[in-house]
Design a protein. Structure first.
Length: 296
């Protein structure tokens, strides 16, 4: 986002007028969703849901909300993602708390969840176990717990702050009794086997991080982005561990960075796993890879 015109909001301005003024400022700064982001900011400042905001468009904004709106607008124009400003993000129909300790859940990652659902659809009522390596906010793990009513999941995460956030989301969404969070480095602390293993590992090459959009580069934790010199460090660390972690006929699904499908496929096959499919995201990029440990 670039520099936007100065916002002048008075307490007597109507909510609808403020939304339109704010949307123009956000769009001038580079947002392609100015009206929607303006509504989200105003709804948060006024503590209203979407319906309440639409119902009272002609009400004056008031001085307290005007101050909050100006502060949030300043942060958004300065490239801070709207989810960071509001403190939550929707993912797979669920609302997740997010902060600077966790990767901002993105629609691309829903491709991974969809791949798991397809891979184990016939077992959706079975008491399966899921391991999420690099659980972050808990978005993937919670989405799968919501999709499979008899599943128990374990999430592993190196960052203690992210572990706290994942635990918070599990509890808020009602999954605390069906999930556990372990602070550790990948699978080092895990001895059990699992029916499903998922991961959205860091896969950005170190040298490419500086060129990322500011919304990602400046606000997502680098621990969740940095994949080493070539972007494959995490895959090399995790994939060799999968044969001991996957139950017979177990399924594993990993997220991919753009153009990484062939090398990650080779890593899976070198570990003795059978790659069964790739899935493209809405942009047409191969975003998720599925493999199985076939029972002998």
């Amino acid at each position: 986002m670039s520099e936007a015109p100065a916002l002048i909001i008075q307490s007597s301005d109507s909510r609808g007028d403020v939304q339109r003024q704010l949307a123009r400022a956000l769009e001038a700064a580079g947002s392609d969703a100015g009206m929607m982001e303006a509504r989200m900011i105003l709804s948060a400042a006024l503590d209203l849901d979407h319906a309440g905001f639409l119902r009272d468009q002609n009400e004056p904004i008031g001085s307290e909300a005007a101050i909050l709106v100006l502060d949030m607008a300043r942060r958004r124009i300065g490239h801070e993602p709207i989810s960071r400003i509001l403190g939550h993000r929707e993912f797979f129909g669920l609302d997740f708390a997010v902060d600077r300790s966790v990767l901002d859940p993105r629609p691309d990652t829903e491709t991974l969840v969809e791949s798991v659902i397809d891979a184990i659809a016939e077992r959706w009522q079975a008491p399966l176990t899921i391991l999420d390596l690099g659980v972050g906010s808990g978005a993937i793990l919670c989405a799968l717990l919501a999709s499979f009513p008899h599943v128990f999941g374990v999430g592993v995460e190196r960052s203690e702050a992210a572990c706290k956030m994942a635990k918070k989301n599990l509890a808020t969404l009602g999954f605390a009794h069906r999930g556990a969070i372990v602070c550790g480095s990948w699978a080092e602390a895990i001895a059990a086997s699992f029916d499903v293993i998922v991961s959205n590992p860091p896969y950005i090459a170190q040298g490419a991080i500086a060129g990322l959009d500011p919304e990602v580069r400046d606000y997502d934790p680098h621990l969740a982005l940095d994949g080493g010199a070539d972007g494959y460090d995490a895959y090399r660390a995790i994939v060799p561990q999968l044969p001991r972690l996957l139950a017979p006929d177990g399924v594993t699904v990993f997220e991919l960075g753009q153009g990484q499908e062939n090398i990650v496929k080779e890593l899976f096959e070198s570990a003795g796993l059978q790659v069964t499919g790739m899935r493209r995201d809405l942009a047409g990029i191969e975003r998720a890879i599925t493999a199985e440990r076939r029972a002998e």
